[in-house]
Design a protein around this ligand. Structure first.
Ligand SMILES: NC(=O)c1ccc[n+]([C@@H]2O[C@H](COP(=O)([O-])OP(=O)(O)OC[C@H]3O[C@@H](n4cnc5c(N)ncnc54)[C@H](OP(=O)(O)O)[C@@H]3O)[C@@H](O)[C@H]2O)c1
Length: 319
């Protein structure tokens, strides 16, 4: 496993990281979480991603309990959480980045995780109804209180990120340092051109999500939705259209010979493709089984194998 600086920040993250969306609590209990996190950590993963909204807070509880059982030295790993959607109905508690919500929410997340601080705190979406200045000040104050060490954005528009950086610079506040965008072979067009000035001019880092498009890029949906997969889960019906889309299925089929030529599985090939982009600081992986973590961690072997010819062949498939 290699480590990359989070943009120009001093912090280094493992190029593959491990997240809990969908899986923790819904598909895996604390015991299975301990097993998967162990395999990831032993492979060199130092960054574990979470969010307040995942399994409505239960995902943070599962990770917190797993960390307690694992007993790793706190300095050896990074934990993130993300705030925005909220867990309570109330005028100030849903779909917001207001100061009151952010202070209450980080307190509760730390309780559930049973940690003194998170290493990274993300604004899970942008909130056009709260002035960016209010959010920047609140995130700065959360860091000053020692509840988070760094902060970032997720799925913000480049203009919003630039505005947050400008406000922070003007007032000498802690700036956001990292974006968490979707990035995979199907969904890459926003990541590449839109965020270019943010990486280039501001040394912003990126921790990218859904590298396998929820499992589609493993090839497991080529013959329909397999039993026990994410595509079958209650509450995630919104993913079904994509997972059964004929055009996507054809593209995955066309990718398979390229992966075979490299000696990689489709999952490893698709993860390694994300890693060969130098603007990616860490690729957030997800898994519901320990075998998947074992397979995915081997993707790092293939990062340097994307010749211009391979890239051209991929771009033709996903044009
Ligand atoms: N910021 C955001 O808005 C945002 C949004 C989404 C995710 N994220 C972060 O990104 C992380 C990863 O996202 P993701 O879970 O969507 O990643 P993904 O890699 O696209 O999908 C992971 C899922 O694919 C299946 N899978 C993974 N490896 C496999 C393998 N080798 N063989 C067969 N199936 C395999 C598993 O699902 P099944 O076994 O259940 O089929 C697994 O849970 C999340 O945990 C979260 O931390 C952030």
């Amino acid at each position: 496993m290699k480590y990359r600086h989070l943009g120009k920040a001093g912090l280094q993250v493992s190029e593959l990281s491990f997240g809990s969306w969908v899986t923790f609590h819904n598909q895996v209990d604390v015991g299975a979480t301990v097993e998967m996190m162990t395999v990831a950590y032993d492979a060199g993963v130092n960054f574990f991603d979470n969010a307040e909204v995942y399994a409505f807070g239960k995902s943070e509880e599962v990770m917190g309990e797993a960390l307690k059982r694992l007993g790793w030295r706190r300095g050896s790993y990074l934990v993130s959480t993300k705030l925005f959607w909220g867990l309570h109905d109330g005028p100030n508690e849903r779909n917001t980045l207001n100061r009151k919500y952010l202070f209450e929410a980080i307190d509760s997340s730390l309780d559930r995780l049973d940690l003194d601080y998170v290493d990274l705190l993300y604004c899970h979406r942008a909130d056009p109804t709260t002035p960016i200045e209010e959010t920047v000040w609140a995130m700065h104050n959360i860091i000053e209180r020692g509840m988070a060490l760094y902060w970032g954005t997720s799925e913000w528009e480049a203009a919003e990120i630039l505005s947050a950086i400008e406000i922070a610079e003007r007032h000498h506040l802690h700036k956001p340092i990292v974006e968490q965008p979707v990035y995979n072979l199907f969904e890459r067009h926003r990541f590449a051109p839109e965020y270019e000035p943010v990486y280039k001019n501001h040394g912003y880092g990126s921790t990218t999500w859904s590298p396998l498009a929820s499992g589609m890029l493993t090839g497991k949906y080529q013959k329909g939705i397999p039993k026990g997969s994410r595509g079958e889960l209650k509450g995630y019906e919104f993913l079904k259209d994509q997972l059964t889309d004929a055009e996507r299925i054809a593209r995955v089929a066309a990718l398979e010979p390229l992966a075979n030529d490299m000696g990689a599985t489709l999952a490893q090939f698709s993860l390694a493709w994300c890693l060969q982009n130098p603007h990616v600081s860490s690729v957030l992986t997800g898994a519901s089984r320990v075998e998947q973590v074992q397979e995915n961690m081997q993707a790092v072997k293939f990062t340097d194998r994307f010749t211009p010819e391979v890239i051209e062949a991929i771009d033709k498939i996903f044009a």
